[in-house]
Design a protein around this ligand. Structure first.
Ligand code: NAI
Ligand code: BGC
Length: 267
């Protein structure tokens, strides 16, 4: 693989499983040293680090709750202590706590907002503070830093029964666009990737059930579920200088899920 991220340091949150794990491995293959954040799955994080090391890359794991200010600050300190630098933040950690509004507890509302939206705020704030101070490093990247948020098709597609999640991802869209507007003139690039239905732990109850897969495929014009690698390819490109002029936008990686497939042959 081309070493498009040579001499760069990346922090990937929620990298003990699913998309975060795959993205961490992709960035390491492209030459980045990777800080692998995890919350509770230490084994999963160790496995991400071991996979990277086996392939000749550099990585370490660090536990932190992305919704906890002190733990996030501590995590960034650990990254700077270990690699003395940061070039790329992949703000990926996210959870679902599903229920219709009338049955949703305040606790589940707050937990999803805290993890999926406040987590993005705390992590990107720490990264941007550093990028602003450090600026562009000649010969490493044309940008002073790159922030990539893992959003979702549900930043746009309403999702009954998942109102906390949809609200967090919808909020993340304007967060991302506003942050990009704030810092683009400092050559800091901020963007989102919005996956559709990708086979990970977050939705395994669906993709492990044949009947539900059949129903789900009706919502995916390209007619297959996504794999983490489909998303990682795009994240890698967004993190590299190849996408230097891409700022404040969302790239959908969804097999056409956001194309209102219910209208195929209708309306
Ligand atoms: P996953 O469940 O495998 O990964 C979520 C990761 O976030 C886990 O590693 C988990 O430990 C971590 N995490 C949860 N709470 C945390 C916290 N407080 N602090 C730090 N880490 C925490 O699921 P997946 O699919 O890999 O999810 C990753 C991101 O992708 C999420 O933001 C999710 O909303 C998003 N996404 C996933 C899609 C899919 O179809 N799989 C589609 C669209 C978006
Ligand atoms: C959710 C998944 C879901 C996908 C498509 C994601 O944001 O986390 O559970 O399969 O959107 O609906």
């Amino acid at each position: 693989m081309e070493k498009s991220l040579k001499n760069q340091v990346a922090l990937v949150t929620g990298a003990s499983s699913g998309l975060g794990k795959s993205v961490a491995i992709y960035l390491a293959r492209a030459g980045a040293k990777v800080a692998v954040n995890y919350h509770s799955d230490e084994e999963g994080a160790k496995d991400t680090v071991e996979t990277i090391k086996k392939e000749g890359g550099e990585a370490f794991a660090h536990r932190a709750d992305v919704g906890d200010e002190a733990e996030v600050e501590g995590m960034f300190e650990k990254v700077f202590d270990t690699y003395e630098n940061l070039d790329i933040l992949i703000s990926n950690a996210g959870i679902q706590k599903d229920a219709p509004l009338d049955e949703m507890t305040l606790k589940d509302w707050e937990l999803v907002i805290k993890t999926n939206l406040t987590g993005a705020f705390l992590c990107s704030r720490a990264a941007v503070r550093y990028f602003l101070k450090r600026g562009v490093v000649e010969g490493v990247s044309k940008s002073a830093g790159k922030v990539i948020f893992m959003s979702s098709v549900h930043q746009e597609i309403p999702w009954a029964g998942h109102i906390n999640y949809a609200a967090a991802k919808g909020g993340l869209t304007e967060f991302m666009r506003t942050l990009s507007q704030e810092v683009a003139n400092k050559l800091i690039r901020v963007n989102s990737v919005a996956p559709g239905a990708i086979k990970t732990a977050i939705n395994e109850d669906v993709w492990k059930d044949e009947k539900q897969v059949k129903e789900l495929l009706k919502l995916i014009p390209y007619n297959r579920l996504g794999e983490p690698e489909d998303v990682s390819e795009v994240v890698l490109w967004l993190a590299s200088d190849k996408s230097e002029y891409v700022n404040g936008t969302t790239i959908f990686v969804d097999g056409g899920m956001s194309l209102y497939p219910g209208f195929i042959g209708n309306g």
